[in-house]
Design a protein around this ligand. Sequence first.
Ligand SMILES: [Fe+2]
Ligand SMILES: [Fe+2]
Length: 325
Amino acid sequence: MYAQMIKSEETYEDPKKLMAFQARIDDGDRIEPKDWMPKGYRKTLIRQIGQHAHSEIVGQLPEGNWITRAPSLERKAILLAKVQDEAGHGLYLYCAAETLGVSRDELTEMLLNGQMKYSSIFSYPALTWADMGVIGWLIDGAAILNQVPLQRTSYGPYARAMVRICKEESFHQRQGFDIMIKMVNGTAEQKHMAQDALNRLWYPSLMMFGPPDAESVHSEQSMRWKIKINSNDELRQKFVNQTVPQAEYLGLSIPDINLNWNERKQSYDFSQPDWSEFFDVLEGNGPASVDRIEARQAAWEDGAWVREARIAHAEKKNMAILAAE
Ligand SMILES: [Fe+2]
Ligand SMILES: [Fe+2]
């Protein structure tokens, strides 16, 4: 249905309806599933919420891989809870996307055939236990900065899903930072592992806010529609400002020789990540990209019997209702 929608899409919209829609957004009104909305608004939201949902689900993979290797029962229980939260986030978001007329099956199909993306960060492998610390500290930290403003996004179901997700993300970030504290106060080797994980994941974390504003294709319209609240560069700067003192507290160094406090702008100057690497990873050429999609493909195939059983059960139930009538 969604594919048909794209194909048959006309760009024409009634200008009166468009103006009334924009006025609602400017007034801070929430748009709800049954309300009229421009085709572009619907399409952009499906892309954004769908990619967000995929990121939550694919994001379970690097950490899920470490559950059996957690260093203690307590760490295992915490990590397990965190990974389960991410599954829940994916489900809230698939449900939010469904209110726009696209099914979870269609979204999954688009992830598996490469039509839809997931966050570039999850195409990097988690090589050591210290990565669990950096993932919680930096990646969930970046996710919070991206997601907190989305609680005020104009589309009701998306904004409401974000409220719940953000609460859980704070726990994720704190568990990551707690792992980091343990690692840097451990043996020299553990501290070295913590620094190594930070070195590998620093620039991919900066990429999580998307390309520089000047190169960001969807930004302007999305901001007018309040689907996006802050610009990519603005959030990236906030992230750096917040993270540098935390790294100092841990006694770790950010792998950037250009990192400097800028008194005039009351912010840190820092180096940009390699944006050609970012676009390459988005195209499916990240170090773990193939593994990630293969894992999702296998999960989809392994789960086929559950979907079939549910359909069979629903049909049986419907037959029983019909027979009773
Ligand atoms: Fe999440
Ligand atoms: Fe998280």
